[in-house]
Design a protein. Structure first.
Length: 55
């Protein structure tokens, strides 16, 4: 049939396989993740709280 794969073809094939593998990994890793919006945090982290004793 005369079909030949050159270096460039192999590079694009490898890139395509990596994209497909990454997509399958993401589908599996994100299965069961809650997609509801997160509630805003009202508490201030302790490392951001300053006291007057430090001044």
């Amino acid at each position: 049939m005369g079909l030949r794969f050159g270096r460039i073809d192999v590079v694009f094939l490898a890139g395509g396989l990596l994209v497909v593998a990454a997509g399958l990994y993401a589908i599996r890793a994100l299965r069961g993740v809650d997609r509801s919006p997160a509630e805003p945090e009202t508490a201030v982290p302790q490392d951001l709280v300053t006291t007057s004793a430090e001044d």
